[in-house]
Design a binder for this molecule. Structure first.
Ligand code: GLC
Ligand code: CA
Length: 542
């Protein structure tokens, strides 16, 4: 049970804390903030990529797997960060991008220069397929002037690696062992369910090519091999796979302990409930019944199949959940606490994305030139090409851009939010007087204090970490609820997803239960329980 009672905190290193005034967050900055993280009570920090990179996709385009990008600091500083974190019993999780490398990586450069051995590291074809890159456009680009094409499921500068080549796998396993030796205790595997491409790369226009490379059986084989060759030797290591367009069946296979693949998985279905026909760059209101259906089916099936989910609403690829699901003008605090309750008492391992614990929201940028993310800029061009006006294209980018969550952490209401003394690489989101760590710390009744309570509950009550999962009130139009059970105890969690009061019937016996947490005070338990706007409450019955 090494990971069920843990809480993991995600840091976007570029935006956490800048220690030298160059406007870019760095390792020393993160080290400075360890006391804050310790006080919050988290167990592990996941850092987005910190390796040398041309930064075309903010570090997910790696040019050297076993070094630190100078913008973040030095290897020595990384070692100091690990050591200092361990003093606080905080471990470090690194982001491993094993599906692709930057076209600036020496493997790709040697391949381009004609080296056969390294050409086999990539997926080269005379005839490209009709697959679409996840960042827009074709997934194939010309491989120099060879007449061939190389596959890139993401940006042109992110060349997919050929996992069928054993030499590639061995090189990547060496990378994991390198970081294990530095004391790294967690690995987040980027888009790991797309590493196993089908043997015959076939056209598949209808689905942009996805079924030809997503969740292929060979991927399970590769993960077992990766496990055995690297982290499987250390049972204290936690692994999480990022799964693109995946299925529950596969996620059970990825995480069922006896299969020895991964500890847990991220899936994204619940973050597509505000997409129109699967199109991210649209802005319909979120579909609450679909959100519930997803949490209930994933919760129950993963529980029955003994799989394990990573639980989250925010990360560096998503706009802030508060902007998507909550009427923030009036209920930012209650909404933030409600979303946190739903995640933290659920079955799985909760992740907090920096700033979420103080209720940070999307920036209110006024121009497309404020955005930096490659996906957003590509999408803007595509939207214009599709005939949208500049105004409308901008509105859509503003709602969905990945930069929404990448803005600097708001430490105080000082200039640049106390993040840097220089000019931040991406503009601060704003609402500074209201949203900052200093302010949150000064009150017992703050979002931050509420997060601390939630984290403590997972560590105090085994039912939170280990209980199974059952849907509760599945048909209620406003409330998402679930029941956890463990060794004769029952935990009922109810969350009102709307800015209006509502009522829900609670099961017999729960009127006498203990209130473990509640984001309103003075709640009176009643069989027909009234819930206030965005109220969240957890009841424990022995
Ligand atoms: C993952 C990362 C994302 C990155 C992509 C390609 O989805 O979270 O930030 O752009 O993989 O590496
Ligand atoms: Ca810096």
């Amino acid at each position: 049970m090494t990971f069920k009672d843990k809480v993991i905190y995600q840091i976007y290193p570029k935006s956490y804390k800048d220690s030298n005034g160059d406007g870019i967050g760095d390792l020393k900055g993160i080290k400075e903030k360890l006391p804050y993280l310790n006080d919050l009570g988290i167990d592990m920090i996941w850092l987005n990529p910190i390796y040398p990179s041309p930064q075309k996709d903010n570090g997910y385009d790696i040019s050297d797997y076993t070094a630190i990008d100078p913008i973040f600091g030095t290897m020595e500083e990384f070692e100091q960060l690990i050591a200092k974190a361990k003093e606080y019993q905080i471990e470090v999780m690194l982001d491993m991008v094993l599906n692709h490398v930057s076209t600036e990586h020496e493997w790709f450069k040697k391949a381009l220069a004609g080296d056969q051995y390294y050409q086999d590291f990539f997926i080269l074809r005379e005839e490209p397929t009709d697959w679409v890159s996840k960042f827009g456009g074709s997934a194939w680009s010309p491989f120099g002037d060879t007449g061939k094409y190389y596959l890139h499921l993401y940006d042109q500068t992110q060349a997919d690696l050929n996992w069928r080549n054993q030499a590639v796998r061995e090189e990547l396993f060496k990378v994991i062992r390198f970081w294990m030796e530095k004391g790294v205790k967690g690995f987040r595997f980027d888009v790991i369910n797309v590493i196993g491409k089908d043997e015959q790369l076939k056209n598949n226009k209808e689905n942009d090519g996805k079924p030809e490379y997503t969740d292929k059986p060979i991927t399970h084989t590769y993960l077992k091999e990766l496990n055995q060759a690297t982290f499987g030797t250390d049972s204290t290591i936690i692994t999480v796979g990022e799964m693109s367009s995946t299925t529950i069946e596969n996620c059970i296979l990825y995480t069922e302990p006896s299969r020895e693949e991964l500890s847990m998985v991220f899936n994204f279905h619940h973050l597509k409930v505000d997409y129109e026909n699967g199109n991210k760059w649209s802005t319909p209101p979120f579909d609450f019944s679909e959100l519930k259906r997803l949490f209930h089916t994933w919760g129950e099936k993963m529980s029955d199949g003994n799989g394990w989910n990573a639980l989250f609403f925010n990360n560096h690829d998503q706009p802030r959940a508060l902007n998507r699901f909550v009427a923030i003008d009036q209920y930012r605090k209650q909404g933030a606490e409600m979303l946190a309750t739903m995640i933290h008492l659920n079955r799985g391992t909760p992740y907090i994305y920096m700033g979420e614990e103080i209720g940070m929201v999307d920036p209110d940028y006024s121009s497309i030139s404020d955005y930096i993310d490659v996906e957003s800029l590509n999408a803007y061009k595509l939207l214009l090409a599709q005939g949208f006006t500049e105004k409308e294209a901008f509105r859509r980018i503003k709602a969905k851009s990945r930069d929404n969550s990448r803005t600097p952490m708001q430490w105080s209401d000082a200039e640049q939010a106390g993040f840097t003394t220089g000019k931040p690489w991406l503009k601060v989101a704003g609402k500074l007087e209201e949203i900052n760590v200093e302010k949150e710390r000064s009150s017992e009744d703050s979002i931050l204090s509420y997060y601390k309570k939630l984290i403590r509950l997972r560590k105090t009550y085994p039912i939170v970490a280990q209980g199974d999962y059952h849907a509760y009130g599945a048909d209620h139009p406003q409330v998402y609820g679930y029941l956890r059970q463990f060794e004769g105890q029952q935990l009922l969690v109810l969350t009102n997803f709307y800015d209006k009061d509502t009522r829900i019937t609670i099961p017999e016996g729960f009127t006498e239960a203990d209130i473990l947490i509640d984001n309103y005070s003075d709640t009176v338990l009643h069989q027909n329980l009234e819930l206030k706007p965005y109220q969240a409450i957890a009841l424990l019955k022995n």
